[in-house]
Design a protein around this ligand. Structure first.
Ligand code: SF4
Length: 67
């Protein structure tokens, strides 16, 4: 969900317990989308994160890929 959230707020409106889940999703989505340099809905041809694998992605976390 965090890669696709556009911040519409409808999740909070739909929550039967009036939990403001939007604030949580918005916060997590901001960090996820920044990490992937992805903005949902801006380019229909851009594949969403986690649907593609880039060998040299997040090397600072997983280490340098060997060629
Ligand atoms: S704000 Fe809530 S309903 Fe809207 S896109 Fe984000 S998670 Fe989905």
């Amino acid at each position: 969900m965090s890669h696709a959230c556009v911040g519409c707020g409808q999740c909070s409106n739909a929550c039967p317990s009036d939990i403001n889940v939007f604030e949580l999703f918005k916060s997590v989505a901001h960090d996820t989308q920044a990490a992937f340099e992805y903005s949902p809905g801006t380019d229909e041809n851009e594949p969403p994160p986690l649907s593609v694998f880039y060998e040299k992605e997040f090397e600072e976390i997983v280490g340098i890929a060997k060629d």
